[in-house]
Design a protein around this ligand. Structure first.
Ligand SMILES: Cc1cc2nc3c(=O)[nH]c(=O)nc-3n(C[C@H](O)[C@H](O)[C@H](O)COP(=O)(O)OP(=O)(O)OC[C@H]3O[C@@H](n4cnc5c(N)ncnc54)[C@H](O)[C@@H]3O)c2cc1C
Length: 512
């Protein structure tokens, strides 16, 4: 396909083959794969997305189309070689919602009805900033806010609030979606519901989200943020599971956020995700009597505002009393709500200043069933990892009843499952255990261990290279997933970087 032909396509935004645009669209946060698109579209409206997808779908030769949010995937999921990348969050257009009619508009908050309408490429940080002006905010978050709404809704969008509110995909009222046939459809539980459920957690396979209507709540003012340590894994998981079982209780009788992390490194327990423990007063694992050299950190928060300022201490105390952490390992801080939600960005700035942000990230995210989390601890945290991690390891449980099985996302068996996130950075320092090859091999070893032990994990932000692996990943849901693909993207032109479906035979990108 001649890219100059594409440029004749009439769009109001910018369709470009400029090398710096193409370069940006060729890479992602993982920095492990590179694929150059033929051209890049900066859309000025949902209509531009429609025009491009219609051209891709309707032309004899055809080409692929990949929406790119903030490009924070790990394995090239937003890339494509024989087609066009649509920069949904790109450049000066970031932070602006463009209505389907092409009229430029900002996120629109309906305070009365408790939702905000945002452009699919909007970053969550901008959604937060806008909604806070009205004293409201979304309920369910990711740990990091420089991700696009369309990008996280294509996966699930999880953080410590998920036990209570469900993932972000459980907090969406309505979407505008451009399907693989180039139709712009509004969908919700009540309207085009098959498309609505397909797109949520759908890895970009069924359509491009141009607008999302997101549920809001009154925004808290401040956050009490607490960490406590455990050396005993079963005490740690018992307490985490207890805390998430309180989801149905009144707000003052539960925490608002429950996460946790694993500390296997010798030495200090600070990591880039957390400057929580004072660097001048580091905590040594050995001083805490960790069994097998591994410690577990429970991280919890309680939101409050002026009306609850007098009772917050008592409420936190009452909840902490029920837990079984190492006495004298309580670290507390107090900060504005927005600073808490935007906490990882601070760590990003620090890492950037040391040149440690733009490095390869062989991340592995797994959903592990509660019934096997102790086996995972023995085999991985106390086994395969050794005493070096090269990055934070998060672990926290979620309640399955907060997830909607009609969406495309897959979760493991059981009422409760854990996220285990190995968020590692590869460095070229000469230390073999920090190298990309070492960490990639270790990820493979972890997956092999889970497979051989029959742990029944499901990858979150999944990455596979053969269709059979995808069929296994989706299990019982594969039939529905495949059927939805035939219906909404019959030429299989969307989000080919996920490597689930090959584009139909009239055109084959080089990478296939
Ligand atoms: C530092 C960091 C922290 C993170 N923290 C969390 C976390 O706490 N919780 C969590 O759940 N995830 C987390 N993630 C993962 C993140 O949610 C996903 O990688 C997400 O896809 C990134 O969003 P993005 O906008 O960069 O998407 P991209 O990487 O640009 O795209 C991801 C996929 O979605 C598709 N897509 C993008 N936009 C659209 C759209 N508008 N419509 C349809 N499909 C689209 C793309 O084609 C691609 O297949 C984190 C990632 C990073 C790098």
């Amino acid at each position: 396909l001649d890219p100059t032909e594409l440029l004749r396509l009439g769009v109001d935004g910018q369709l470009t083959v400029d090398s710096s645009d193409v370069d940006t669209a060729s890479l992602d946060f993982g920095l492990m794969s590179r694929a150059e698109p033929l051209a890049v579209l900066h859309p000025a409206s949902a209509e531009d997305v429609v025009r491009l997808v219609q051209a891709a779908y309707g032309s004899a030769q055809g080409f692929t189309v990949s929406a790119r949010g903030h490009g924070h995937s790990i394995n090239g999921q937003a890339q494509t070689t024989n087609g066009v990348v649509i920069e949904m969050s790109g450049g000066s257009r970031g932070g602006v919602w463009l209505s389907p009619a092409g009229k430029v508009d900002s996120p629109r908050v309906s305070e009365k009805l408790g939702y905000v309408d945002v452009w699919g490429g909007e970053l969550w940080i901008d959604v937060l900033k806008t909604t806070l002006q009205y004293g409201v905010a979304p309920k369910s978050w990711t740990d990091y806010l420089y991700l696009s709404v369309g990008g996280t809704l294509s996966n699930a969008g999880i953080s410590g609030q998920a036990f209570n509110h469900g993932p972000q995909i459980s907090n969406v009222h309505e979407l505008d979606v451009v399907t693989g046939k180039g139709e712009l459809l509004t969908c919700s539980e009540a309207q085009n519901s098959e498309l609505f459920h397909a797109v949520l957690g759908g890895l970009g396979q069924f359509g491009i989200i141009t607008r999302a209507r997101i549920a809001l709540e009154p925004a808290p003012q401040r956050v009490r943020w607490i960490r406590v340590l455990y050396s005993n894994f079963s005490a740690f998981t018992r307490d985490q599971e207890y805390l998430i079982s309180l989801h149905g209780q009144p707000a003052h009788q539960k925490f608002d956020y429950v996460e946790g992390s694993v500390i296997v490194d010798e030495g200090f327990i600070n990591n880039w995700r957390s400057s929580f423990f004072s660097p001048r007063n580091p905590v040594k694992i050995s001083s805490l009597g960790a069994d097998g050299g591994v410690l577990y950190c429970l991280e919890i928060t309680k939101n409050y505002d002026e009306s609850s300022i007098d009772t917050i201490d008592q409420e936190v105390e009452a909840l902490l009393k029920k837990l079984d952490f190492i006495p004298a390992s309580v670290f507390t801080t107090d900060l504005p709500y927005v600073d808490f939600l935007d906490r990882v960005h601070k760590a990003e700035l620090k890492l950037r200043s040391k040149g440690l942000w733009d490095v390869p990230h062989p991340w592995l995210n797994l959903f592990v069933p509660k019934s096997r989390i102790a086996d995972f601890d023995k085999g991985v945290f106390k086994g395969i990892l050794g005493n070096k991690t090269s990055g934070p390891i998060l672990i926290y449980p979620m309640n399955k009843n907060k997830w909607d099985d009609r969406t495309s996302v897959v979760t493991p068996e059981g009422d409760v499952f854990y996220l285990v996130a190995l968020l590692r950075s590869a460095l070229d320092t000469g230390d073999e255990t920090k190298s990309l090859e070492y960490l990639t091999n270790q990820n493979r070893q972890i997956l092999r261990f889970c497979d051989e032990a029959g742990i029944g994990v499901k990858q979150y932000l999944p990455h596979y290279t053969t269709q059979q692996e995808w069929v296994d990943h989706y299990g019982d849901k594969w039939g529905l997933f495949n059927q939805r693909k035939m219906e909404f993207d019959p030429r299989r032109i969307l989000a080919t970087g996920q490597r689930i479906f090959k584009p139909s035979s009239s055109f084959k990108p080089a990478s296939w």
